[in-house]
Design a protein around this ligand. Structure first.
Ligand code: FE2
Ligand code: FE2
Length: 482
């Protein structure tokens, strides 16, 4: 009998959901598998399919020891279906069904809404692999290359996680959605990925670290909200995905931090005190802090768009139905129905930004976005400590939520990073001070040269303090020639 913790590795698809006893779903997944492998070979890390990568694979869902590390060729990675253990007697925690037993099957009345939530989440997973597929070629070290590939294979597994739900619980519609997930392509004109930020390019490693810090963190917030779901299989799936997502946050935060460390050290060695002296800083082969700020402005604002409109009936409906909760709903102290509650929302009124009390149910996107901003701020504070310790008079800061927005309340206006509303001419005049300019991008591109000797790092990034799986500094994380 499967104990729900250990993973069965006997078949084609490792799992802890007893696939052997479920011939229909096993067949559907085995039919989907070759298309997935084709997608991975076409759209996964370009040029590294034969390399041996020191990867972690989930072998259990026990939080005390769920992963093992070994060299793997990526197309042979064991993409499994892993759900967090079932909590006996779990109840729906919010919305109009609060207190009823969590659903083990799809509630008929919410079938369409649930399928859409799962499909949208699923679509982001392969999208980021596609966006990052060129980065292996310019990795600043084997350590970083390995981390990139780890994130990529886990996003692949997250796609499997969502496809399992679609195929097990949504019959023919689910199988069709699963096929579509392999057909859409990030950035494609004809069949783009479903959400804007997942169609943007990730052209360089600074973007990659910003993406994993900001955009993967949106993923974390969405997974946290879905982990609260009254549909128990979705909740259990997302709870396990969150353990993997923590590594993606780590890659982003430490990546940017190591860039900052290297820049500060180089500035000190060269006796440069003015962080705005970009020319002299860049001549040292490191990334000046103002450019880092611009990259941050870009990725933060692109990611905010993923939260959707501040005021949204879809979000209200999903909450009311018990399908998607708030961030850490189970730790909040209120009635978990929100019928009479309000929430403060920043809105655009007659060209000005004002704060308004709005029914809490319709402002759930805004609330999740606020939780996201707070979560980001923690990381930014830790980055600033590094700059402060180096004695450099510069601080990174998150731009105002109205800055550079394409979706929601602020799509119609332009604002600067402080949240001052601008005319079109002011925006055009200031744009290159706030967002990466062509010149900035060319400079960053000029630094993107691969470093592939064990223990060596590119000029613009410091080595990590500890290795993955406690490996020593010169460990060969990727054996390039297999
Ligand atoms: Fe993911
Ligand atoms: Fe992720």
């Amino acid at each position: 009998m499967p104990d729900g913790l250990t993973v069965n590795y006997d078949g084609l698809i490792p799992n802890n959901v007893d696939l052997n006893a479920d011939a229909r779903v096993r067949k559907a997944l085995e039919t989907w598998h070759p298309g997935y492998i084709d997608w991975w070979k076409d759209m996964g890390p370009e040029g590294f399919q034969e390399a041996l990568v020191y990867l972690r694979t989930a072998v259990s869902v026990d939080p005390k020891g769920w992963a093992k590390f070994d060299y793997v060729r990526m197309p042979e990675y064991k993409w499994g279906i892993l759900l967090a253990p079932k909590v006996e007697g779990r109840l729906i925690g919010f919305g109009q069904h609060k207190g009823e037993p969590a659903w083990q099957e799809v509630p008929g009345e919410y079938r369409g809404m649930l399928r859409r939530l799962i499909t949208i989440q699923g679509d982001t997973e392969p999208a980021s692999v596609e966006q990052q597929r060129h980065l292996g070629k310019t990795a600043p070290s084997l350590y970083d290359m390995r981390n990139l590939f780890q994130v990529n294979v886990e996003e692949g597994r997250h796609l499997w996680a969502m496809v399992y739900l679609l195929q097990k619980y949504f019959g023919r519609d689910g199988r069709e959605e699963a096929e579509e997930l392999l057909r859409r392509r990030s950035g494609s004109q004809d069949s783009p990925r479903m959400l804007g930020a997942f169609n943007e390019a990730t052209p360089d490693w600074v973007s990659f670290f910003m993406f994993t810090f900001f955009t993967d963190r949106d993923g974390k917030m969405q997974l946290e909200a879905l982990a609260q779901s009254g549909f128990d299989p979705l909740s259990r799936t997302c709870r396990f995905m969150l353990t993997e997502e923590a590594h993606h946050m780590f890659v982003g935060e430490t990546g940017v931090q190591r860039i900052i460390e290297r820049t500060c050290a180089a500035m000190r060695e060269a006796g440069i005190e003015d962080p705005a002296d970009t020319e002299r800083v860049r001549a040292l082969g490191v990334i000046d802090l103002p450019t880092l700020q611009k990259k941050m402005n870009l990725h933060f604002s692109l990611t905010l768009d993923l939260f959707g409109s501040e005021v949204s009936t879809n979000a209200a409906n999903a909450y009311n139905a018990g399908l998607k909760g708030r961030y850490r709903e189970d730790r909040l102290e209120d009635d978990h129905r929100l019928l009479d509650a309000t929430y403060p929302v920043l809105r655009c009124r007659d060209g000005a930004i004002v704060r308004e009390e709005v029914p809490a149910l319709s402002s759930l996107n805004m609330r999740l976005r606020d939780d996201f901003v707070q979560d980001c701020q923690g990381g930014v504070n830790r980055w600033n400590k590094v700059i402060e310790k180096a004695g450099i008079p510069f601080r990174l800061s998150l731009p105002h939520v109205a800055f550079n927005r394409k979706i929601g309340e602020f799509a119609a206006i332009e604002a600067d990073p402080e949240g001052r509303v601008l005319t079109a001419a002011e925006w055009a005049a200031g744009r290159d001070r706030w967002l990466p300019s062509t010149d900035d991008n060319l400079f960053i591109e000029s630094l993107m040269r691969p470093v592939s000797r064990p223990g060596e790092f590119a000029s613009w990034i410091a080595p990590p303090k500890v290795g993955i799986d406690n490996k020593p500094g010169d460990f060969e994380y990727v054996k390039l020639w297999g």
